[in-house]
Design a protein around this ligand. Structure first.
Ligand code: GRF
Length: 203
């Protein structure tokens, strides 16, 4: 029986994706939750679940690289196997992405490679797409690129606003993020270029 993986989750806000992770059997343990903002609502979710938390403010560092190096050091102290970015609103440098290459996962609220970056729901509406959704992917140095593990789509309705669309996409985020994390913890993901192969479950 392989050792259960130790997972860190990084957040910046309300932490509903963190909540979804905590509600599912991940075949691994969330052992640490970190934020760059002390007022991130999701930190309370972790505390209530008895999980260690930390805040590291990017404002205390002169450069992105210095912040990232401190973040890497904090996560390494906890000996984590996987880092999940769940609404972590920081652009990470190669100092971070290379330290956790192949074991760093992000949830993004669009069907990548469409709509990387911010304001994805408003941009999807402005472009008139009929399908929108969310993506879980391995993080590489390039923003919102990297091998895709899972995606889920929703129909765009005529009367959608960015808020209504975001709410429907969020429901899907809460499904595919725990699923992707579980696949990682079960050692079932193989990265082949930009593609991710999902290996069958062991009987
Ligand atoms: C989610 O929509 C996620 O895709 C995006 O930021 C939002 C975070 O929401 N990156 P929450 O904090 O998990 O509720």
């Amino acid at each position: 029986m392989p050792r259960r993986k130790r997972i860190a989750v990084l957040i910046s806000g309300r932490g509903s994706n963190l909540g979804a992770l905590l509600r599912h059997d991940l075949a691994g343990e969330v052992v640490l939750v970190g934020s760059n903002r002390a007022d991130a609502g999701g930190l309370a979710l972790a505390t209530d679940a008895g999980i260690a938390t930390f805040t590291l403010s990017h404002r205390d560092f002169a450069t992105r690289e210095a912040f990232d190096a401190a973040l890497v050091a904090r996560l390494n102290l906890a000996a984590v196997d996987l880092v999940v970015l769940a609404g972590f609103m920081r652009i990470l440098t190669p100092v971070f992405t290379e330290a956790f290459a192949g074991r760093l996962i992000n949830i993004h609220p669009s069907l990548l490679p469409a709509f990387p970056g911010l304001d994805t729901h408003a941009r999807a509406l402005a472009e008139g797409v009929k399908l929108h959704g969310c993506t879980v992917h391995f993080v590489t140095p390039e923003l919102d690129r990297g091998p895709i593990i899972a995606q889920a789509a929703v129909q765009v309705e005529d009367d959608d606003t960015p808020a209504t669309l975001a709410a429907r996409v969020l429901v899907q985020e809460h499904q595919i993020l725990p699923w992707a994390v579980r696949l990682f913890c079960e050692d079932r993901l193989r990265i082949e270029g930009l593609r991710v192969r999902v290996l069958p479950a062991l009987a």
